[in-house]
Design a protein around this ligand. Structure first.
Ligand code: NAD
Length: 261
Protein backbone atom coordinates (compact mmCIF):
# COMPACT_ATOMS: atom_id res chain seq x y z
CA UNK A 1 0.00 0.00 0.00
CA UNK A 2 1.15 3.51 -0.73
CA UNK A 3 1.46 6.21 1.94
CA UNK A 4 -0.07 8.58 -0.62
CA UNK A 5 -3.36 6.65 -0.36
CA UNK A 6 -3.46 7.56 3.32
CA UNK A 7 -2.92 3.95 4.41
CA UNK A 8 -0.01 2.37 6.20
CA UNK A 9 1.72 -0.97 5.84
CA UNK A 10 0.11 -1.99 9.12
CA UNK A 11 -3.53 -1.65 7.98
CA UNK A 12 -5.11 -5.08 8.49
CA UNK A 13 -8.69 -5.25 9.77
CA UNK A 14 -8.48 -9.06 9.71
CA UNK A 15 -5.65 -9.31 12.22
CA UNK A 16 -6.06 -11.65 15.19
CA UNK A 17 -3.07 -10.21 16.99
CA UNK A 18 -3.51 -10.34 20.78
CA UNK A 19 -6.59 -12.57 20.54
CA UNK A 20 -6.86 -15.92 22.30
CA UNK A 21 -8.79 -18.38 20.22
CA UNK A 22 -9.94 -21.93 20.98
CA UNK A 23 -10.20 -24.25 17.98
CA UNK A 24 -11.89 -27.62 18.51
CA UNK A 25 -11.25 -30.56 16.21
CA UNK A 26 -7.75 -29.14 15.79
CA UNK A 27 -6.12 -32.52 15.20
CA UNK A 28 -7.36 -32.76 11.63
CA UNK A 29 -8.91 -31.22 8.52
CA UNK A 30 -10.58 -27.82 8.80
CA UNK A 31 -9.82 -27.42 12.54
CA UNK A 32 -6.13 -28.05 11.93
CA UNK A 33 -5.98 -25.51 9.09
CA UNK A 34 -7.99 -23.01 11.07
CA UNK A 35 -5.58 -23.29 14.01
CA UNK A 36 -2.55 -22.83 11.77
CA UNK A 37 -4.02 -19.85 9.91
CA UNK A 38 -5.26 -18.17 13.12
CA UNK A 39 -1.69 -18.38 14.45
CA UNK A 40 -0.40 -16.85 11.20
CA UNK A 41 -2.84 -13.97 11.79
CA UNK A 42 -1.28 -13.37 15.22
CA UNK A 43 -3.60 -15.27 17.58
CA UNK A 44 -2.64 -17.37 20.56
CA UNK A 45 -4.37 -20.64 19.73
CA UNK A 46 -5.70 -23.27 22.13
CA UNK A 47 -5.95 -26.57 20.26
CA UNK A 48 -8.62 -28.91 21.51
CA UNK A 49 -9.27 -32.49 20.32
CA UNK A 50 -9.02 -36.11 21.42
CA UNK A 51 -5.87 -37.26 19.65
CA UNK A 52 -2.76 -35.80 21.29
CA UNK A 53 -0.30 -37.09 18.71
CA UNK A 54 -2.19 -35.56 15.79
CA UNK A 55 -2.65 -32.32 17.74
CA UNK A 56 1.12 -32.17 18.30
CA UNK A 57 1.47 -32.42 14.53
CA UNK A 58 -0.84 -29.38 14.19
CA UNK A 59 1.09 -27.63 16.98
CA UNK A 60 4.37 -28.08 15.07
CA UNK A 61 2.94 -25.99 12.20
CA UNK A 62 1.82 -23.05 14.37
CA UNK A 63 3.45 -19.64 14.11
CA UNK A 64 4.37 -17.65 17.23
CA UNK A 65 4.40 -18.83 20.83
CA UNK A 66 2.19 -19.41 23.89
CA UNK A 67 -0.16 -21.81 22.08
CA UNK A 68 -1.75 -24.57 24.15
CA UNK A 69 -2.88 -28.15 23.65
CA UNK A 70 -5.87 -29.58 25.52
CA UNK A 71 -6.73 -33.24 25.05
CA UNK A 72 -10.46 -33.77 25.53
CA UNK A 73 -13.46 -35.69 24.32
CA UNK A 74 -16.07 -32.96 23.99
CA UNK A 75 -18.93 -35.38 24.60
CA UNK A 76 -17.78 -35.70 28.22
CA UNK A 77 -19.86 -32.67 29.09
CA UNK A 78 -19.16 -32.68 32.84
CA UNK A 79 -15.47 -32.04 32.17
CA UNK A 80 -16.06 -28.88 30.11
CA UNK A 81 -16.23 -26.29 32.97
CA UNK A 82 -12.92 -27.35 34.54
CA UNK A 83 -11.31 -27.58 31.11
CA UNK A 84 -12.31 -23.99 30.29
CA UNK A 85 -11.09 -22.88 33.72
CA UNK A 86 -7.70 -24.45 32.98
CA UNK A 87 -7.51 -22.68 29.62
CA UNK A 88 -8.37 -19.28 31.12
CA UNK A 89 -5.87 -19.76 33.96
CA UNK A 90 -3.15 -20.46 31.36
CA UNK A 91 -3.81 -17.78 28.72
CA UNK A 92 -6.36 -15.36 30.20
CA UNK A 93 -9.86 -14.55 28.95
CA UNK A 94 -10.85 -15.93 25.56
CA UNK A 95 -11.67 -13.81 22.48
CA UNK A 96 -12.78 -16.47 20.03
CA UNK A 97 -14.04 -20.04 19.73
CA UNK A 98 -14.31 -22.08 16.53
CA UNK A 99 -16.37 -25.24 17.00
CA UNK A 100 -14.92 -27.50 14.29
CA UNK A 101 -15.21 -30.88 16.03
CA UNK A 102 -17.80 -32.99 14.30
CA UNK A 103 -18.71 -36.26 12.63
CA UNK A 104 -20.46 -37.03 9.35
CA UNK A 105 -22.35 -39.87 7.71
CA UNK A 106 -24.50 -40.80 4.73
CA UNK A 107 -27.38 -42.77 6.20
CA UNK A 108 -30.80 -43.62 4.71
CA UNK A 109 -33.81 -43.21 6.98
CA UNK A 110 -34.40 -46.97 7.24
CA UNK A 111 -31.02 -47.29 9.03
CA UNK A 112 -31.57 -44.39 11.40
CA UNK A 113 -31.93 -45.29 15.06
CA UNK A 114 -32.33 -43.22 18.18
CA UNK A 115 -28.83 -44.37 19.17
CA UNK A 116 -27.47 -42.84 15.95
CA UNK A 117 -29.49 -39.66 16.46
CA UNK A 118 -28.13 -39.40 19.97
CA UNK A 119 -24.52 -39.98 18.89
CA UNK A 120 -24.69 -37.33 16.16
CA UNK A 121 -26.49 -34.72 18.25
CA UNK A 122 -24.12 -35.25 21.18
CA UNK A 123 -21.03 -34.71 19.03
CA UNK A 124 -22.21 -32.11 16.51
CA UNK A 125 -24.62 -30.05 18.60
CA UNK A 126 -24.53 -30.65 22.36
CA UNK A 127 -20.73 -30.42 22.59
CA UNK A 128 -20.62 -27.12 20.68
CA UNK A 129 -23.47 -25.70 22.77
CA UNK A 130 -21.98 -26.87 26.09
CA UNK A 131 -18.54 -25.51 25.24
CA UNK A 132 -19.97 -22.20 23.99
CA UNK A 133 -22.08 -21.89 27.16
CA UNK A 134 -18.99 -22.18 29.32
CA UNK A 135 -16.63 -20.09 27.17
CA UNK A 136 -19.13 -17.23 26.78
CA UNK A 137 -19.44 -16.66 30.56
CA UNK A 138 -18.31 -13.20 31.71
CA UNK A 139 -15.42 -14.68 33.68
CA UNK A 140 -14.14 -16.57 30.62
CA UNK A 141 -14.73 -14.40 27.54
CA UNK A 142 -13.80 -10.81 26.74
CA UNK A 143 -16.47 -8.39 25.59
CA UNK A 144 -16.52 -8.38 21.78
CA UNK A 145 -15.76 -12.11 21.60
CA UNK A 146 -16.72 -14.19 18.59
CA UNK A 147 -18.10 -17.74 18.51
CA UNK A 148 -18.23 -19.69 15.25
CA UNK A 149 -20.11 -22.94 14.61
CA UNK A 150 -19.07 -25.15 11.71
CA UNK A 151 -22.39 -25.91 10.07
CA UNK A 152 -22.64 -27.21 6.48
CA UNK A 153 -24.50 -26.65 3.22
CA UNK A 154 -26.39 -29.76 4.38
CA UNK A 155 -28.00 -27.51 6.99
CA UNK A 156 -29.58 -25.41 4.20
CA UNK A 157 -30.16 -27.81 1.28
CA UNK A 158 -30.83 -31.54 1.08
CA UNK A 159 -29.10 -34.60 -0.38
CA UNK A 160 -30.22 -38.22 -0.22
CA UNK A 161 -28.89 -39.87 2.94
CA UNK A 162 -27.91 -36.59 4.59
CA UNK A 163 -30.92 -36.11 6.90
CA UNK A 164 -29.13 -37.06 10.11
CA UNK A 165 -26.02 -34.98 9.44
CA UNK A 166 -28.15 -32.13 8.03
CA UNK A 167 -30.40 -32.05 11.11
CA UNK A 168 -27.42 -31.48 13.37
CA UNK A 169 -26.06 -28.74 11.11
CA UNK A 170 -29.46 -27.04 10.84
CA UNK A 171 -29.66 -27.00 14.64
CA UNK A 172 -26.43 -24.99 14.78
CA UNK A 173 -27.82 -22.43 12.30
CA UNK A 174 -30.87 -21.90 14.50
CA UNK A 175 -28.79 -21.76 17.66
CA UNK A 176 -26.51 -19.05 16.24
CA UNK A 177 -29.43 -16.75 15.37
CA UNK A 178 -30.99 -16.75 18.84
CA UNK A 179 -27.67 -16.75 20.68
CA UNK A 180 -26.71 -13.67 18.65
CA UNK A 181 -29.78 -11.93 20.15
CA UNK A 182 -29.03 -13.17 23.66
CA UNK A 183 -25.39 -12.04 23.71
CA UNK A 184 -25.55 -8.78 21.73
CA UNK A 185 -25.51 -6.72 24.96
CA UNK A 186 -22.00 -7.96 25.66
CA UNK A 187 -21.14 -7.60 21.96
CA UNK A 188 -20.41 -11.32 21.80
CA UNK A 189 -21.20 -12.53 18.29
CA UNK A 190 -22.39 -15.95 17.16
CA UNK A 191 -22.10 -16.96 13.50
CA UNK A 192 -21.92 -20.10 11.35
CA UNK A 193 -19.66 -21.06 8.50
CA UNK A 194 -21.26 -23.56 6.11
CA UNK A 195 -18.81 -25.30 3.82
CA UNK A 196 -19.58 -27.33 0.73
CA UNK A 197 -17.46 -30.45 0.16
CA UNK A 198 -13.87 -30.21 1.36
CA UNK A 199 -11.76 -33.35 1.16
CA UNK A 200 -10.72 -34.13 4.76
CA UNK A 201 -10.65 -37.28 6.94
CA UNK A 202 -14.34 -36.70 7.81
CA UNK A 203 -15.52 -37.73 4.34
CA UNK A 204 -12.63 -39.56 2.69
CA UNK A 205 -14.39 -42.91 3.24
CA UNK A 206 -17.93 -41.75 2.41
CA UNK A 207 -19.54 -43.03 -0.84
CA UNK A 208 -19.50 -39.64 -2.60
CA UNK A 209 -15.71 -39.44 -2.23
CA UNK A 210 -14.63 -43.04 -2.89
CA UNK A 211 -16.92 -43.91 -5.82
CA UNK A 212 -15.33 -42.18 -8.87
CA UNK A 213 -18.68 -41.56 -10.58
CA UNK A 214 -20.28 -40.07 -7.44
CA UNK A 215 -17.14 -38.04 -6.79
CA UNK A 216 -17.30 -36.54 -10.28
CA UNK A 217 -20.98 -35.70 -9.84
CA UNK A 218 -20.17 -34.01 -6.55
CA UNK A 219 -17.33 -32.03 -8.09
CA UNK A 220 -19.61 -30.86 -10.90
CA UNK A 221 -22.17 -29.60 -8.39
CA UNK A 222 -19.51 -27.26 -7.01
CA UNK A 223 -19.07 -24.58 -9.70
CA UNK A 224 -15.51 -23.93 -8.54
CA UNK A 225 -14.66 -27.58 -7.79
CA UNK A 226 -14.15 -29.04 -4.30
CA UNK A 227 -12.83 -26.73 -1.62
CA UNK A 228 -9.76 -26.87 0.58
CA UNK A 229 -9.51 -26.44 4.36
CA UNK A 230 -7.98 -22.96 4.00
CA UNK A 231 -11.07 -21.74 2.11
CA UNK A 232 -13.01 -22.41 5.31
CA UNK A 233 -10.27 -21.21 7.65
CA UNK A 234 -10.23 -17.79 5.93
CA UNK A 235 -13.99 -17.43 6.49
CA UNK A 236 -13.48 -18.26 10.19
CA UNK A 237 -10.69 -15.69 10.42
CA UNK A 238 -13.03 -13.01 9.06
CA UNK A 239 -15.69 -13.90 11.64
CA UNK A 240 -13.15 -13.95 14.48
CA UNK A 241 -11.58 -10.64 13.50
CA UNK A 242 -12.63 -7.05 14.10
CA UNK A 243 -13.49 -6.84 10.38
CA UNK A 244 -16.79 -8.59 11.15
CA UNK A 245 -17.62 -6.64 14.33
CA UNK A 246 -21.10 -5.77 12.95
CA UNK A 247 -21.91 -9.31 11.77
CA UNK A 248 -23.85 -11.60 14.07
CA UNK A 249 -26.39 -14.43 13.79
CA UNK A 250 -25.35 -15.07 10.19
CA UNK A 251 -24.48 -18.09 8.08
CA UNK A 252 -21.46 -17.59 5.83
CA UNK A 253 -21.75 -20.17 3.05
CA UNK A 254 -18.38 -21.17 1.60
CA UNK A 255 -19.23 -23.74 -1.05
CA UNK A 256 -17.66 -22.97 -4.41
CA UNK A 257 -21.14 -22.22 -5.76
CA UNK A 258 -22.84 -25.47 -4.65
CA UNK A 259 -26.01 -23.73 -3.45
CA UNK A 260 -26.39 -21.01 -6.11
CA UNK A 261 -28.36 -23.17 -8.58
P1 NAD B 1 -12.22 -34.04 10.36
O1 NAD B 1 -12.74 -35.40 10.60
O2 NAD B 1 -10.94 -33.88 9.63
O3 NAD B 1 -12.13 -33.24 11.71
C1 NAD B 1 -13.10 -33.38 12.73
C2 NAD B 1 -12.40 -33.27 14.04
O4 NAD B 1 -13.35 -33.36 15.08
C3 NAD B 1 -11.37 -34.38 14.28
O5 NAD B 1 -10.20 -33.78 14.76
C4 NAD B 1 -12.03 -35.24 15.34
O6 NAD B 1 -11.11 -35.90 16.17
C5 NAD B 1 -12.80 -34.15 16.10
N1 NAD B 1 -13.84 -34.73 16.96
C6 NAD B 1 -14.86 -35.53 16.59
N2 NAD B 1 -15.56 -35.88 17.68
C7 NAD B 1 -14.96 -35.31 18.74
C8 NAD B 1 -15.20 -35.29 20.14
N3 NAD B 1 -16.20 -36.00 20.68
N4 NAD B 1 -14.38 -34.59 20.94
C9 NAD B 1 -13.35 -33.90 20.43
N5 NAD B 1 -13.06 -33.84 19.11
C10 NAD B 1 -13.86 -34.55 18.30
O7 NAD B 1 -13.38 -33.24 9.58
P2 NAD B 1 -13.42 -31.77 8.94
O8 NAD B 1 -13.78 -31.93 7.53
O9 NAD B 1 -12.23 -30.99 9.32
O10 NAD B 1 -14.72 -31.20 9.68
C11 NAD B 1 -14.68 -30.10 10.57
C12 NAD B 1 -16.10 -29.56 10.69
O11 NAD B 1 -16.52 -29.04 9.43
C13 NAD B 1 -17.12 -30.61 11.10
O12 NAD B 1 -18.03 -30.07 12.02
C14 NAD B 1 -17.83 -30.92 9.79
O13 NAD B 1 -19.14 -31.38 9.98
C15 NAD B 1 -17.78 -29.57 9.10
N6 NAD B 1 -17.92 -29.67 7.65
C16 NAD B 1 -17.01 -30.37 6.91
C17 NAD B 1 -17.20 -30.48 5.53
C18 NAD B 1 -16.26 -31.24 4.66
O14 NAD B 1 -16.59 -31.45 3.47
N7 NAD B 1 -15.09 -31.64 5.14
C19 NAD B 1 -18.29 -29.85 4.93
C20 NAD B 1 -19.19 -29.15 5.72
C21 NAD B 1 -19.00 -29.06 7.09
Amino acid sequence: MRESEGMTEAFNPFTLSGKKIIVTGASSGIGRQCAIDCSKMGATVILLARNEERMRETFSHLYGSDHQIIVADLTVFDAIPSMVETIVSRVGKIDGLVNCAGISTTLPLKLMTTTKLDEFFRTNVYSAVELSKEVSKKKNMNEGGSIVFLSSVMGVVGESGKSLYGMTKGALLSAARSLACEFAKRRIRFNCVSPGAILTPINEHLPHMIDPEKRQQLEEKHLLGLGSPEDVAYACIYLLSGASKWVTGQNLIVDGGYTVR
